[in-house]
Design a protein around this ligand. Structure first.
Ligand SMILES: C[S@@+](CC[C@H](N)C(=O)[O-])C[C@H]1O[C@@H](n2cnc3c(N)ncnc32)[C@H](O)[C@@H]1O
Length: 371
C-alpha cells in the first residue's frame, strides 16, 4: 500500500464548533473521529476524503494529511520534501501552489518554506506552479514538525454551488448547518426563519429533510489529483437520490429583495417545492399550520454604535411574537450580544461558547418547547 493510501483527514471549522462538527462526522460513520483545535480529524483514504466533501455539511474544508517529518532548516525541508510521493498524489499536467505557515520553529520564513517545497515538487514531478492553481499543497511547520497536506476541497465548502445571490450579512451554510444540528434539528420537523435574508437556514433545513447531500453539484480540488477516479466519484455522488418529505420550510423577511433571492436560491438548490418565502415584518409572523418545530433566526447584529435601542426594540418584538404565537416551538437565536438575546424575553438555556463569524463573535441561544 502506498503511503498516501491511508492518512489522517482534517475537517476544518470555526473555533467553538468543533464538538458539533465531530457529532456530525460520527453520525456519517467516518472512522476515528477526534476533536482538535479548529476542526476534527478522521482516518481514511481518498474516497473518504471525497465523501467528506460530498456529505459533511459543517466543515469549511477537507484536508488530506499525506506526510509529516521533522525539519530544522530550509535545505533539509527541500531535501525531505522531494521524498514525499508526489507522483501518487499530484498530476504532472496540473498546476499547483504551496501555502506554508511557520510557528515556533527554526524555519520561520513561510514564503521561503513554500518556495522550497514548490521547487521540490516541480523538480520531482514536472508540474507547473501557478498562483491561481486549483490544487493547493499546505505545509504547516510547528515546533519543527512539518505536516504536508492537500486541500481536497478547493473553494470553501459553504459555497454549495447554488446561491445566485446573497443579502447583507449572510450566514455561511456550513455554520448554519452546525447551528441547526445544535438546535437538535435532524430533518424531521418544520423550520421557520422570520428574518431569512438569502434563505440560508431554510434551504439547509429543507435539504437535510430531503436527504440532499451538500456537495452534490459543485466541483472540488480532488478532481484534479492523480488519485481521482471519475467513474467511482460519479457512483458515489449518484448513490443517494432525493427522498420525499411532507415537511415544509418557511422563511420571511421584511425586505422584498431578500425574499426574491431566497426563492431563487431555493429553486437552484432543488428545494423550491418544499420551501415557502413571504415578505413581511416579524410582527406579522404566524406559525404555519401543522405540528410545531424549530424557529431559527439571526436578527441584525449589534455592530454599529447608535443602533442599540432600535435593535433592543426589534429583539423585543421578535420575542413577544414567538412567546404569544409559537407555543410548542423551540427557538434558536444567533446574536453577538447577550443583552440583545435577553431583550427577547425568551426562556433561553445557558448558552455555549461564542463562535468566530467574520469579525464578530456570535453565540447560539436555544430554548426548549415554548410554553
Ligand atoms: C443578519 S440578516 C439574516 C441573514 C440570513 N440568516 C442569511 O443567511 O442570509 C438579518 C435579516 O433581518 C431582516 N430584518 C430586519 N428587521 C426585520 C423585521 N422587523 N422583520 C423582518 N425582517 C427583518 C433583514 O432584512 C435581514 O435580511
Amino acid at each position: 500500500m502506498a503511503p498516501t493510501d491511508h492518512f489522517e483527514i482534517f475537517l476544518a471549522t470555526a473555533p467553538g464548533l468543533e464538538s458539533v462538527l465531530r457529532e456530525e462526522v460520527v453520525a456519517l460513520r467516518f472512522r476515528a473521529a477526534k476533536q482538535v483545535a479548529g476542526g476534527v480529524t478522521v482516518n481514511g483514504n481518498w474516497r473518504d476524503a471525497w465523501r467528506a466533501n460530498l456529505e459533511v455539511r459543517g466543515a469549511n474544508k477537507v484536508v488530506a494529511r499525506i506526510d509529516a517529518f521533522r525539519v530544522s532548516h530550509l535545505d533539509l525541508l527541500e531535501k525531505r520534501a522531494r521524498r514525499v510521493p508526489w507522483c501518487d498524489v499530484l498530476r504532472s499536467d496540473m498546476p499547483f501552489r504551496v501555502e506554508a505557515t511557520c510557528k515556533t520553529s527554526k524555519i520561520y520564513h513561510s514564503g521561503a518554506a513554500a518556495q522550497r517545497i514548490e521547487r521540490a515538487i516541480r523538480d520531482e514531478l514536472g508540474a507547473p506552479v501557478a498562483d491561481d492553481a486549483a490544487v493547493t499543497i499546505m505545509a504547516r511547520i510547528e515546533n519543527d514538525l512539518c505536516t504536508i497536506s492537500v486541500d481536497t476541497s478547493g473553494e470553501l465548502l459553504h459555497k454549495r454551488g447554488f446561491k445566485v445571490a446573497v443579502n447583507k450579512a449572510p450566514m455561511r451554510e456550513t455554520m448554519a448547518a452546525l447551528f441547526l444540528r445544535q438546535c437538535g434539528y435532524d430533518g424531521s420537523e418544520p423550520v421557520v426563519d422570520p428574518m431569512c435574508g438569502s434563505g440560508t437556514f431554510v434551504i439547509e433545513a429543507a435539504e437535510i429533510a430531503a436527504g440532499l447531500k451538500p456537495g452534490r453539484e459543485r466541483a472540488f480540488a480532488f478532481e484534479q489529483l492523480a488519485t481521482f477516479d471519475p467513474a467511482a466519484w460519479g457512483e458515489m455522488r449518484a448513490a443517494a437520490p432525493r427522498v420525499n418529505t411532507a415537511l415544509r420550510f418557511f422563511g420571511s423577511d421584511r425586505d422584498a429583495g431578500a425574499i426574491e433571492m431566497s426563492r431563487a436560491n431555493a429553486a437552484r438548490a432543488g428545494v423550491g417545492d418544499i420551501t415557502e418565502f413571504k415578505q413581511h415584518a416579524v410582527s406579522d409572523l404566524a406559525p404555519p399550520p401543522g405540528p410545531p418545530g424549530l424557529v431559527i433566526v439571526n436578527p441584525p447584529f449589534g455592530d454599529r454604535i447608535g443602533d442599540k435601542s432600535r435593535l433592543q426594540a426589534l429583539y423585543r418584538a421578535l420575542g413577544q411574537t414567538l412567546l404569544t404565537r409559537f407555543t410548542g416551538w423551540r427557538v434558536g437565536l444567533i446574536t453577538n450580544e447577550s443583552g440583545l438575546a435577553r431583550a427577547t424575553g425568551l426562556p433561553f438555556k445557558p448558552p455555549g461558547a461564542p463562535v468566530a463569524n467574520g469579525g464578530l463573535r456570535v453565540t447560539l441561544y436555544v430554548t426548549g418547547p415554548l410554553p
